[in-house]
Design a protein around this ligand. Structure first.
Ligand SMILES: [Zn+2]
Length: 221
């Protein structure tokens, strides 16, 4: 597995089903999302090769492909787990998540369950994680969050970049599509060069404009 540095200090760990990002923040590193259950080894191996000490893990939302490796990663690294306040009960196993809209999605989520992981800090709009500001982007799940530093937007499944095209998340797995659309439009209203989505390739260069075009929003006034 060759290292994949997207921009300086921002790495994508491949082969974990959802994208796991490792981001240098001062002397330590932040992991964003944790991949499917069993893929945590890939994240640990990658971090080891970078000499990266992961001290914080931000989970963008409760879906199994994003949090499956979280419990094992927390045990291996001692990293703090941070997640959107509204998704925390489902990540920590205190509550069962709402049933998805489609039967297929319900079946998928019945068979793929993540080991619950304690959430050390609940994140809300405007809070800081290193140089990033937390944005609440509900819709795909109630507690979906994004991170934004003025140049990079890390959006979980609030936007997808499959095959180089920016789209909204699949409706079958999205609890409130109308809210998801509003959250995507909110992200599109920001300025950023790099879009890091939970699925699909990173979009590097003029990313905000590409998102606005993809959503049919035209240019910003
Ligand atoms: Zn998802």
């Amino acid at each position: 597995m060759a290292p994949l540095e997207i921009v300086e200090g921002v790495h994508l760990v491949d082969g974990t089903n959802c994208n796991v990002y490792l981001i240098k923040d001062g002397d330590s590193w932040i992991a964003v999302d944790a991949g499917m259950p069993g893929t945590h080894r890939k994240v640990l191996d990658y971090a080891q090769r970078l000499g990266a000490r992961i001290t914080r893990m931000v989970l963008t939302h409760y879906h199994v492909d994003h949090i499956g490796g979280a419990a094992a990663l927390r045990e291996a690294t001692g990293a703090q787990v941070l997640a959107g306040a509204a998704d925390t009960p489902y990540i920590s196993g205190r509550a069962r998540p709402p049933a998805p809209r489609s039967l297929t999605a319900r079946l998928v989520l019945t068979f793929a369950r993540a080991r619950p992981v304690p959430v050390d800090m609940e994140l809300r709009e405007g809070q800081r994680v290193g140089r990033f500001t937390v944005l609440e982007v509900p819709g795909h799940t109630p507690g979906s969050i994004a991170l934004y530093d003025g140049k990079i937007a890390i959006v979980g499944d609030a936007l997808i970049t499959r095959k180089g095209r920016v789209t909204l998340p699949p409706q079958a797995f999205t609890l409130d599509p109308a809210a998801a659309r509003r959250s995507a439009e909110r992200i599109a209203s920001l300025d950023f060069e790099v879009l890091l989505a939970g699925h699909g390739k990173p979009l590097v260069g003029d990313a905000a404009r590409k998102v606005r075009e993809a959503l049919g929003l035209g240019s910003r006034p």
